[in-house]
Design a binder for this molecule. Structure first.
Ligand code: IMP
Ligand code: MG
Length: 181
């Protein structure tokens, strides 16, 4: 369907590729947890699709929490992380798995880890569907990465451009705009 002026998106990582990788990550996370329960913390909004698929591939008892953060306007990180929703549960003594859609500069992750460590969890591990190593300027290490990608803007499977395209079942990249009539 043509929609003049609208961003044109091409498939970058297909839903089949994503499903296969998510299953691998789930197995790896389950092995590493050695039967211990996890508190899986999804970072809203972008991680909600990935988290929903990932938790169904993890084979240890778990509970699910969400935190909301915002740092992006359009395709640029503002570098200024804001908490829009805090955790509802106490994570003291818990094994936490932080789930992100994408780590770009890593500033969001550094900020969140500093914030959560103060609450004294037993451990915190990081899992992200996508990572842009060329853009990283972070202190934290990422424990589980779905796919490493170049320094380009992607949408779909939870990721948005100004609130749009989160519902796409694949990860896509913007290749331009549909021509105006
Ligand atoms: P960071 O703090 O620079 O690592 O930015 C992390 C956040 O920026 C992610 O949680 C996303 O919400 C957003 N972000 C970074 N790169 C992209 C992208 O390519 N598409 C959509 N959102 C992105
Ligand atoms: Mg995000």
């Amino acid at each position: 369907m043509r929609n003049p002026g609208a961003p044109r998106i091409e498939t970058f990582i297909s839903s089949e590729q994503i499903a296969q990788r998510v299953a691998q990550l789930g197995r790896q996370i389950s092995d590493d947890a050695r039967g211990q329960p996890l508190v899986v913390v999804g970072i809203l909004k972008g991680a909600f699709v990935f988290l929903a698929d990932l938790v169904r591939r993890i084979d240890v008892p778990l509970s699910i929490e969400f935190m909301g953060v915002s740092s992006y306007v359009g395709t640029q990180s503002t570098g200024h992380v804001q908490i829009t929703r805090d955790l509802a549960a106490d994570i003291q003594g818990a094994h936490v798995l932080l789930v992100e859609d994408i780590v770009d500069t890593g500033k969001t992750m550094d900020f969140l880890l500093d914030l959560l460590r103060v609450r004294q969890p037993a451990s915190i591990r990081l899992c992200t569907l996508l990572s842009k190593p060329e853009a990283h300027c972070m202190r934290s290490k990422i424990d589980y990465v779905g796919f490493e990608i170049g320094d380009e803007f992607v949408v779909g499977y939870g990721l948005d451009l100004d609130g749009r395209f989160r519902e796409l079942p694949y990860v896509g990249r913007i290749t331009g705009n549909d021509p105006s009539p």
